[in-house]
Each structure stands twice: as C-alpha cells, then as structure tokens.
Write a protein of this length. Sequence first.
Length: 473
Amino acid sequence: MGVQGIPRTARVYIGCALLAATAAVLPALRPGTPTPWRAVLLLAALYAVCELPARCSLAARALGRAPGGAAPLTAGSFFPVLIAAALLLPPAAAALTALPGAVLGRVERPPAGARRAWRAAQLALAVWAASHAARLFHCHAALGLGPDTPDFPYALLPAGAAALTLCLVLTVLDGGIRATAEQLPPRAAWRGLLGRALAPHAVHGLAGLMMAVLWRSPYGPVAALFVLLPMYISCWVFAQYHRERAAHQATIRALVQAVDIKDRYTRGHSERVGHASVLIARELGMAEARLEVVRFAGILHDVGKLGVPTRVLRKDGPLTPEERRIIELHPEYGHEMVRGIGFLGEARTAILHHHERMDGSGYPYGLKGREIPEYARVVAVADAFDAMTSTRSYSRARPVGTALAELERCAGTQFDPRMVDALARALARDGWQTEVTADETTAPLPGARTPPPDGTPAATPPPVPARTAQEPA
C-alpha cells in the first residue's frame, strides 16, 4: 500500500505531527544555541544501535524472532535511552535523539516511508514533552553531577514525570492514528491503550533514571552502557513471550482453518463468534486477560466438528435421529481435542457447554442456569447472533434488530439475559458488520426445509429435527 492508500485524514494527521515535531527540534538547531551535541549524538547513536537488531536476521533470531515471523522485538524495549535523554538534555535536544532510531527501526507493513515518518514524529514529540515534564521537577539538580550524589528519593519524581508524560503522549498520538487510519470511533481507538502502557513505561522510567544517574557520575557515559544489559535481557524475555503468543495464534488459526475446510458453509463464522464474544465480555466488565480467553472460546467453539463425519455435516436433506445424536457430540469432541492446550484455560469449558440452555434442555449434560460456565453463556449468545445475522447458502441473514429481538424473546429459557443485554448495548454503541459465510449467497433450494442455524432460538422444535446439507450443528 502506497501513501495514496492511506486515508486523507490520516495523511493530514501525520503531516500535522511532522510539523509539530519539526517545531520541537528547531530550537536545538538554531545557530548560537548551546546544544550539548556530544551527549545528543551519543544518545542518538545508542538508541539507533539498540533498534538495529530488529533489522538484522541473525540478531533477530538470537533475540527470539525468526526472520519474517510474527514476534518482532517489542516496540519500546529501548525507551529507557529516550527517558535518559529527556532527563539529561534540553527538550529540543532530547527530541533529536529519537530520530535516527525511529528511522532505522523495523517496519513490518507498508508503506514503510509513511510509517517511519510517523514513528519519528511521534517519538520526537513524546521525548520533547517528557523533557519538559522532568524540568518542572528540577531534574538536573536531582540527578547530581560528578561527585555530587543524586538526590534520592526526590530523583524519582522527575523520572516518574518523564515516563508518565512519554506514556501519555504516545497513547494520545497512537489513538489518533488508529482513529484516522483505521476509521475507528474515538472510544474504540483509545480503548485499553493507556492501561496496557502504564506498567511498562514505569519500568522504563526506572531504567532511564539509572542510566541518567550513571551518565552524570564521575565514570561518565561508559558506565551508563551497563544499563543496556538488563534492557537486552528484558527485550529477550519479551521476545520469548511474543514467540509463545504467535505459536498460540498459529495453533488457533490451524484449528479454525481445519473446521472451515470441513464445514465450508460456515466459513468465517468462528472468527465472528469470537468477536461478538469479546463485545459481550467487555460490556460485562471482564478484565483484559479474560477477554483473550473468551475470544479463543468463541473462535474454537465448533472445533469438535472435526470429529463429526463429513457425510453428516454435508448431508443433503433431513438428518435421522441417529445423525442428530452424532452432531450433538461435537462439544465433547472439541473439549477432548483441546484438553491438553494449557493456554486456553477456561475457554475449554465454553467449548464443552456452549449448547447448554438456561432451562436445562440443552446438551451435552443438561446444565441449567448458573451451573453453565460464564464463558459458555457468553459464547452461546454470540453463536446464535452470528448464525441469525449471516447469509448462508440455505438462508438469508436476518436484520440485527430482528436477531436481537429473537435473543431477547428466548432470554431466560435458552440464553442468559445478562449476556443478551450486554450484546444489545455493545451493538448499539459499536454496530455490527454482517458478512456472507458461504461460497454462495443463493436462496434456499426449492422444496428444501430451511431450519434456523445451530444455536438459533426455535420456539417449537420439530419432533424429528431436520436440516439441509448446509446447516451447521
């Protein structure tokens, strides 16, 4: 994607950030300005060298990312260098130290030029603001100089102010680029950014303070290099985490693709159920860590279909009672398949119980009410909602409002009313993008019965359940 592929609003936003960053660094470049160029160049070179391994395949492998893999060096791993610059240098000079590293840093996706320009402007503005915040608390006096010892614990104050300001500015700018480039609503663009960034930036602030104190000690900048060792260890640990996370995602993708290949008429259904499950869970106030688990639960809820004979899944015409019983085993098949996958956690209970009903008439164990695990109650609503709002080869999609009305009608008997209310609130705020989930979007076959998809409420189930070949179970 070239620059022309970037939305106009995002281009304007990046241009404004570049202008602001230029205004921030210009005072350091004016003739006669007493800019400490030796410190600027050393810190800028240090930050750039720290970013270089991300572009080197051998170093990337050593630090935990296979070339072209999905686990890059963690963005921000070397922010302590920038926080040290904010504590040691005037604001304009501190902003300059971020530019070489931002330009040399790895870019995972095109357009590389626009992304590097944005990164340089973002970091320059954040470091400039952090330096101003540190000066409000007299950081130079607090750090000491030469034989003068640092003023502890007061020195923690300017370091904390610099780290917090860096975090806030990066968060505000990140949310802005998400809103303009991805066309997200403001609330969605900034949601969760600050919470995820506060703890890492607090650690970066302590490392940056250590580096700044050593820099101004009698041993000089060479001593400050010792801070790089724990930084690289931290980078390696984070890279291992990202590798593990990428392996988890690859496992999930492989399972979902296998289900989609086997039951091609519900392609895309799993991902949307995962998305709807997260909408419900977030509306219920679940912690961020639980949101990922509930997303896994939604995505993998039908993985047990891999254990159902293909001839049954794709059968034309009505199912026999025996075939219906085979289909109803898929939650137990799925639970057995994922039993040994530790990172799924509570998601396994949702895979097993997402067809239970609040009145106890569901399967496989006939649980009722609060006996049904919370994740399973979330996924049950998400599954039914997507089934009703998706166009498939045997049925047209229902409007979102109609699907919600049907969920509300069955709340208390089939679905947990709390989950239905949470989905309705989330959709009122964020909306829903319906999609076709089969290779065809034709009307139902002439003379064929078109029952609701699996999980869709049915007021009066037929004595002998039947379905077309395309109906998922």
